[in-house]
Design a protein around this ligand. Structure first.
Ligand SMILES: *Cc1c(COP(=O)(O)O)cnc(C)c1O
Length: 344
């Protein structure tokens, strides 16, 4: 496809969305101030709205989920402390080791099961005794959704109450917790029950251009603001982007169900194509096994038809608010045409 093509169907991530006209109008109209002084009314309104929505005392707006997670880890844990985390977790694997590098916090990674959980028995086994040989185990950090999977409700209840009973705090990397809530037909409050703090991304499926919120107790959020400033996340007239985040939380949560349905339809369509092995989606992210020899030609075939995807042997496909049901049919047809002609 040439550059003059109207638009790509982009399945690489739910971070690729464009702000809608209504979202841009909200941004243009937002009253702003210097948020480092606490003066930005739109940031303050977003933080209060998000805290209320998820059932926490206070909230903090920051430029990215990597930063809200790091602020949470650095506020829960000090130098020489440890957090328990899944091997596949974003905070451990995809955030540059920030907790260790910048926080002097030791991660204790634990294997994730097929459903994305880390076993409660393993959590117990990895909590270190109070002994000078060991780091102090302070925190359990879970992620929901994780790789598009929704953690089971009884597991969340068991893991968070176990952690609390053993004296640990609990943090949820809820970058996509709204997807989990919509999938479960739960309120956002119910979806984060059991977690002392949660980080929520507004720039994923909710469709804002920038930003995450960290939610938790008032004093925790106040302490966290020091780390945010140190990490370079103290923003000035941030109401311009907070307005988009607010719009996203108000208007784009329920519609995540459309993304889930589109992912299910896409997976079903691809699953009927010989040569592909598809893992059925629970939410808006799923994986397709592509034969090694097909990877490069398939990528080129799709690109020529206006479809961007992270094609590999283990291909991750993601639906979002800029992928329509019609786009899904276009993508299924394009994959189908490729595999009709392709021979290993
Ligand atoms: C995207 C994401 C984050 C934060 O990413 P940023 O790009 O820094 O906003 C954190 N956790 C998970 C699970 C994510 O998918």
């Amino acid at each position: 496809m040439s550059d003059q093509h109207q638009r790509w169907i982009d399945l690489r991530s739910d971070t690729v969305t464009q702000p809608s006209a209504a979202m841009r109008a909200a941004m243009a109209a937002a009253p702003v101030g210097d948020d480092v002084y606490g003066d930005d009314p739109t940031v303050n309104r977003l933080q209060a709205f998000a805290a209320e929505l998820f059932g926490y005392e206070a909230g903090m707006f920051a430029p990215s989920g990597t930063q809200t997670n790091l602020i949470a880890l650095m506020t829960h844990c000090g130098r020489g402390d440890e957090y328990l985390v899944g091997q596949e977790a974003h905070t451990y694997k995809y955030e540059g080791g920030g907790a260790a590098v910048l926080g002097s916090i030791q991660p204790q990674p634990i294997a994730n099961g097929a459903d994305g959980s880390i076993a409660v028995a393993d959590i117990g086994a990895y909590i270190k005794p109070d002994d000078m040989h060991f780091a102090r185990t302070r925190l359990l950090a879970l992620e929901n959704t994780i790789g598009g999977r929704v953690l089971p409700l009884d597991y969340l209840e068991a893991a968070t109450s176990f952690a609390h009973a053993r004296g640990l705090a609990t943090h949820l990397d809820g970058a996509r917790v709204c997807n989990a809530a919509v999938k479960n037909g739960q309120s956002l409050r119910a979806a984060v029950a059991g977690f002392d703090t949660v980080s929520v991304c507004l720039s994923k499926g909710l469709g804002a251009p920038v930003g995450s919120v960290l939610l938790g107790p008032k004093d925790f959020i106040e302490q966290g603001k020091r780390w945010r400033k140190m990490l370079g996340g103290g923003m000035r007239q941030a109401g311009v982007i907070a307005a988009a985040a607010h719009h996203a939380l108000e208007h784009n949560v329920e519609r995540l169900a459309d993304d889930h349905r589109n992912a299910a339809d896409l997976a079903a369509g691809l699953g009927r194509i010989e040569g592909l092995t598809v893992t059925a989606p629970q939410t808006n992210i799923f994986y397709v096994q592509v034969p090694d020899a097909a990877v490069a030609p398939l990528r080129a075939h799709l690109a020529a038809r206006g479809i961007r995807a992270s094609i590999g042997a283990n291909t991750r496909l993601v639906t979002h608010l800029d992928v329509s049901a019609e786009d899904v049919r276009t993508v299924v047809d394009a994959f189908g045409a490729f595999f009709r002609d392709w021979r290993a």
